[in-house]
Design a protein around this ligand. Sequence first.
Ligand code: GDP
Length: 320
Amino acid sequence: MNQPFHHPIPRDATIYVAGHAGLAGSAIWRHLQAQGFTNLVGLRSAELDLRDPVATRDFFAQVRPQYVIDAAARVGGILANDREPAEFLSDNLRIQVNLIDAAREFGVTRLLFLGSSCIYPRLAEQPIKEESLLTGPLEPTNAAYAIAKIAGVAHVQAMRRQYGCSFICAMPTNLYGPGDSFDPERSHVLPALIRRLHTAARNGDPSVTVWGTGTPRREFLYVDDLAAACLVLLERYDGDLPINVGTGKDLPIRDLVSLISDAVGYAGEVIYDPSKPDGTPRKVLDISRITALGWKPTTSLREGIARTYSWFLDHCPTRA
Ligand code: GDP
């Protein structure tokens, strides 16, 4: 971290964006295109199942990517994570092991592994510094996902130490933006509330239900800001520590509800359902390291919600 690192990526380099159809991957793809990269590669999971080691290896042998961004993962909100720990653990372990092993075997110049802020201990000191990793017990609702992602960090660090691979990790906070999943049961809180409050406003419902107590605090990063951070890290960072990517600002779920209600025009009552899990009480990242590299978030939460809502209106097939 103390060594200044400068590695401009040639604009014609072959860059494989794993998970390019997902929320993070699609934003990374858009950003790389806008920055003039001409040789991006992305395959949908129906074309390449990254859980399959042979298929993944064959793909690397054929395409020979020079750079890899691993934004491929099974993701979901608090309830999906809580109900399907087996798939969240198994799918994510297999995807990342296959990618990281193949990247080493085929001599990938740089790999960026995307983790998540849920890898940190449930009661980590806030704002959470990168050094908090593995210093305490995890939040149980997403422990399976977190353990898979922690294994990914350890795998990248092992590749660096044993084989000298220039691979790195970024830990994004809760992401949102265009291309997100708006599934009412499985999605993360921000898109779930956009959908629910929009539907309530459209139907003139007198009340809506929000999960949990509304008191947990969360940090939200607009996904295009994450995409810019990924390129900054690939070009300017080469160290063992995973690097946090967030805004450094958090708010209670209740305040998020107010912001989204304003955006979608909902004025009814909000009922909190404490039978649904709250999850970790607070999760906000210390972003000193990445800001020292010259990156900072540029999209305010209000602006990001407006853009995400507009995308939802244009793309959600049911408009419900
Ligand atoms: P987390 O950050 O890993 O806990 O993931 P989520 O984005 O799924 O949830 C964040 C917080 O929002 C938790 O405290 C939830 O209880 C709360 N929440 C409130 N309503 C909803 C909802 O409709 N969907 C989800 N996923 N979370 C909700």
